[in-house]
Design a protein around this ligand. Structure first.
Ligand code: BGP
Length: 503
């Protein structure tokens, strides 16, 4: 029998401003790279198809107007955390110096309302979205990014520091840089390997800059002395296609160097791995790397690791390219051609072909703990699905299964000595998904995008999470009472005034 989660364990949900907030030109905000990207690449596939949808994020789930209502719903779930990034274009709409008081006040109000409902905001400084002015000046692949990021972090620590003691510098530098710089999947759609390595460099240095500002904010009393600052990474642990094949095993090692070391070593250990220096030489980028940057990075390492665990990666060596195996269909996402992601037939996948393998969460958490020796937190974990709404609510037993299986692995890892301090699932409510638009549902709470009211409604999974939090544990499969969660959601929808936004 697994020991329960500790009483101070953080049960949270995560989301992201451009995916939920809306209010694009309200409160003094101006456009960001994601506004431009979604406007220019608008694409709605036929209904019910698991393809990429790029829809308008002008209103999204209208969190901009509904954050108070949402905080009450979160309280009903019982969470004590909410991970969220502050929209940079709302705070610095025009340049790196003039901050928008209305923008920062908005986040003060959001954080206050969370605190009033017993919820600790877990702010993330950067989640893939740059103000347009910054993007036009070179964005994350330019030195301009560093000072702009310093100013951005500084004001956030100063004004929002009193509401929380856990912060993250960035979300998924890995998916961000691969899909935005190696590929043209996400903004700024560069498809340029040299720019990719520049972005890796500046993002890594920006982590150290944020830590420097964080420490100063502590000295000034803006942030509490015991507050911690981490980095969030979406490591996909490598599993060999054939565990007895030396080339597949070698491919896994290479994959991990690019998918793990490259993104965590800089800010956790203060050093870049070899593959970084090889690339610097190959692309003639040695002038970019300054001694003072490297010294700062060494000095200002971060305090914890946020891990976005959705799926591990089954890796094959390139020698198999002629074999009849299903390959990842977007090789542009890969940093190295020495390791390839494959989709063997006998595995479980979501409709969007994301591998489901919960057990690697606990297995691989030991690697993170042994290698970096810092506390861990799951910062994203969830399943994108075509939900069906009936009688006003969604019965999402499949989501309960997915989340519960993963949470059990967190509990198991803690029992084995891995110091997880929290679990923040993806996501609180339905939102705009970069790979599936509004059709790919992730929320514990539904949002009525279909009738365009954007009203919230419960799903069974919301009541599963409430039960987990009340009991401080995940459940064995045969203990899961799907009917109970469904009935609670149904009853709540009919009687609880939290579903009426005017309350
Ligand atoms: C992570 C991102 C999130 C989120 C999630 C699910 O990579 O940090 O922003 O969207 O993945 O991805 P998707 O919505 O594309 O399914």
């Amino acid at each position: 029998m697994l020991k329960k989660f500790p009483k101070n364990f953080i049960f949270s949900t995560s989301t992201c401003s451009y995916q939920i907030e809306g209010g694009r030109l309200l409160g003094g905000r101006k456009h960001s790279n994601w506004d431009k990207f979604t406007i220019e690449n608008y694409h709605i596939p036929p209904e019910g198809v698991a393809e990429r949808e790029i829809a308008s994020i002008d209103i999204a789930a209208d969190y901009f107007h509904r954050y108070k209502e949402d905080a009450k719903i979160m309280k009903e779930i019982g969470v004590n955390g909410f991970a969220y990034n502050m929209d940079w274009a709302r705070i610095f709409p025009d340049n790196e110096n003039d901050f928008n008081e209305e923008g920062i006040k908005f986040y003060e109000e959001v954080f206050k309302s969370l605190n009033e409902n017993g919820i600790k905001p877990i702010p993330i400084l950067y989640h893939w979205d740059s103000p347009l002015w910054l993007e036009e000046k070179g964005g994350t692949s330019s030195r301009v990014f560093l000072n702009a990021f310093r100013n951005f972090s500084k004001i956030l620590f100063k004004r929002l520091g009193k509401y929380t003691d856990i912060w993250y510098v960035s979300d998924e530098n890995s998916s961000y840089t691969t899909s935005a710089y190696l590929d043209d999947y996400n903004p700024p759609q560069k498809k340029d390997e040299k720019e990719f390595w520049k972005a890796i460099y500046y993002l890594s240095i920006s982590g150290a800059i944020a830590k420097e500002e964080f420490d100063k904010a502590k000295e000034k009393g803006y942030v509490s002395k015991d507050a911690i600052l981490g980095i969030d990474h979406d490591w996909n642990p490598a599993i060999p296609y054939d565990k007895n094949d030396e080339d597949d095993l070698k491919a896994c090692e290479i994959f991990d160097e690019y998918n793990l070391d490259l993104f965590l070593n800089p800010n956790m250990l203060g050093i870049f791995p070899n593959c970084f220096y090889e690339a610097i030489e190959k692309f003639n980028l040695s002038d970019m790397v300054l001694e003072e940057d490297l010294n700062l990075m060494k000095k200002k390492t971060l305090d914890l690791i946020g891990w976005n665990y959705y799926r591990p990666a089954i890796i094959a060596s390139p020698k198999r390219l002629n074999e009849n195996i299903e390959w990842h269909n977007n090789p542009g996402h890969f940093i190295t051609k020495e390791a390839w992601i494959v989709y063997p037939k006998n595995e479980r996948y979501t409709a969007w072909k994301w591998l489901i393998k919960p057990e690697y969460l606990s297995i691989a958490s030991h690697v993170l703990w042994e290698k970096y020796n810092k506390p861990l937190m799951i910062l994203e974990n969830g399943i994108g699905y075509f939900d069906e709404r009936k009688d006003g609510i969604v019965r999402d037993d499949y989501r309960i299964d997915y989340l519960n299986e993963h949470l059990l692995e967190v509990q198991k890892a803690i029992n084995e000595g891995v110091p997880f301090i929290g679990y923040s699932l993806w996501t609180y409510c339905d939102i705009f998904s970069p790979s599936g638009g509004y059709r790919k549902k992730y929320g514990l709470v539904g949002v009525d995008f279909e009738n365009k009211t954007l009203d919230r409604f419960p799903k069974s999974s919301m009541y599963w999470y409430k039960d987990v939090i009340n009991n401080l544990r995940a459940f064995d499969k045969d203990e899961l009472n799907y009917n109970k969660y469904y009935n609670e959601a149904l009853k709540s929808f009919k009687t609880n005034k939290i579903w009426n936004k005017n309350n």
